[in-house]
Structure formats: C-alpha cells, structure tokens
Design a protein around this ligand. Structure first.
Ligand code: PEP
Length: 258
C-alpha cells in the first residue's frame, strides 16, 4: 500500500475572533508538545480575520502546524465585494484551502463548477485545495450516495492535471454527519473513500489514486477517531466542532496512540 501522510484539519467555521484564535492555537501547541503527532500533518483553518495573527504565531514559535483557509474566490483580484483571493491567502503562507464545504454548497449556492474554479485557482497559487464532497441523508437513503459523490468529484476536479492531483486532498463529508453528532460507520466511511479512490484511478491512473489523501469529516471526536482513521482508505479528518477544543483536537492529532 502506498504511504500517505495523514492530514487532520480543523475547520473552525465562523468561530473565534483573532484574539480567541491565538489562544486556541497556543493551547493546542502546548497540548501537542508532549504528544506524538508528527506522523500526520496538522492544519488549522480559522476565519479570514485570524489568518495573519495565526501566521505570525506559527512562524514566531516555530510551530509544526499548517495554516488553512475555509474558502476563497477564484479570481486574483477585482470587483468582488467581500471576497478574498488565492494570492492574498498565499501571501499569508496559507497551505490549504477548503473548497466546496457542504455549508458553502447549501447555504451559498456553490455548485461543482464554482468549486472547480476555486480548486484550480488554489493550485495555481501554490496552495493545496481540500475539496469537499458528500451526500445528504435523502440521497443516501435513496441509494444515490456513490453516484452523487462521483458527480461532485468529477465536476469539482475537472481540468485538474495528474501532476496537480498530488497537491489535492479530498474530504468525504456526508452532510448528515456534519455537526449532528451522527458519525458514519467506519466501514461506510471506508467504502466511500475507497469508491473515491477508484474513481480517481479511472481518471488519473492507479499511482495518482494511491497517493491521494482522502479525509473523512462528520462529527469526528476523540471517541471515534481511532476506528475511523484505522480504515484503509481514510487518510485523515476534516474536523469541525472538536477542533475548537484544544484538548480534543490534540487528542485527535495523536489518534494512533489511543
Ligand atoms: C465540518 O464542518 O467539516 C465538520 C466535519 O464538522 P463537525 O466535525 O462538527 O461535524
């Protein structure tokens, strides 16, 4: 099996002002100090307003954390009131950008074409997109989950080259498991992550698929992380709620020791 470095990313959503964000990262860094977490990449994705503060903290204290953003526009600049561009994020040493989170898709009307434009722009500026896909409960109950995820994947990754795929992370996040406390069974998460890998193999070849990191997201907590991360095709987690608690997130980051 190909070696894939797991990636755990904390998506803080619209929580924490820049002062609170500094405290969370300081507390996280303190808790990570005596834990064995360097088997994985760890990223924190605070709101835009905290990126600069966290960048400074990471650099100043030489923390082994990556900085992530939760979204971006696809253009470099222009008359797009309220938006933030990929080069602005790259300038802040942002390494990862979440694109196509289900909240963006559902609440802000983003479709696969939008997500694709954002993912490509992120890659163009030397950052890594975390491309989110996932089905709703209705779609799962109707037996459509795999087809929905495949369509999202195809649309969101259109035009991305095999070389660029090495920089892409896919996050499988069943919508019904996000922020609900309901977690997919580890076997279900693995089955879908495996189906994603198969689709990538069909389109890019086995070597690219074997190297692709696929996160699971949806109510990942200290109590379920080990089983989820133990699955063959699950290479990390996109974590919402539990990433706001430095103790919980530190435990998640050292899940292999649980
Ligand atoms: C998310 O927002 O990506 C997420 C997985 O949230 P939670 O962990 O709270 O379910």
């Amino acid at each position: 099996m190909a070696h894939r470095t797991p990636i755990l990313a904390g998506n803080w959503k619209m929580h924490k002002n820049h002062l609170e964000a500094i405290q969370v990262v300081q507390q996280l860094a303190y808790r990570l100090e005596d834990r064995d977490y360097e088997h994985a990449e760890i990223a924190v994705c605070p709101p835009f307003t905290a990126l600069r503060s966290i960048q400074t903290l990471i650099q100043g204290d030489d923390l082994k954390l990556q900085l992530g953003a939760q979204d971006c526009h696809w253009e470099d600049q222009g008359a797009f009131t309220g938006e933030v561009s990929p080069p602005m994020l790259a300038e802040l040493d942002v390494a990862y950008v979440v694109v196509g989170h289900s909240e963006r898709r559902e609440l802000f009307g983003e479709d696969d074409a939008t997500v694709n434009a954002k993912a490509r722009a992120v890659l163009t500026h030397g950052m890594r997109p975390i491309v989110c896909v996932g089905e709703t409960l209705e779609q799962r109950e109707a037996g459509e989950a795999e087809g929905v995820v495949r369509r999202q994947l195809d649309g969101s990754l259109a035009g991305i080259t095999a070389e660029q795929m090495a920089e892409v992370v896919v996050a499988y996040e069943p919508v019904w498991a996000i922020g609900t406390g309901k977690t997919a069974l580890p076997s279900d998460a693995d089955e879908m992550c495996g189906a994603i890998r198969t689709r990538i193999a069909e389109q890019y070849g086995q070597a690219v698929a074997d190297g692709l990191r696929i996160q699971y997201g949806g109510s990942v907590k200290p109590g379920n992380v080990k089983d989820l991360m133990g699955q063959e095709h699950v290479d990390g987690a996109l974590v919402g709620g539990a990433s706001l608690d430095p103790e919980d997130f530190a435990v998640l980051c050292s899940y292999h020791r649980l």
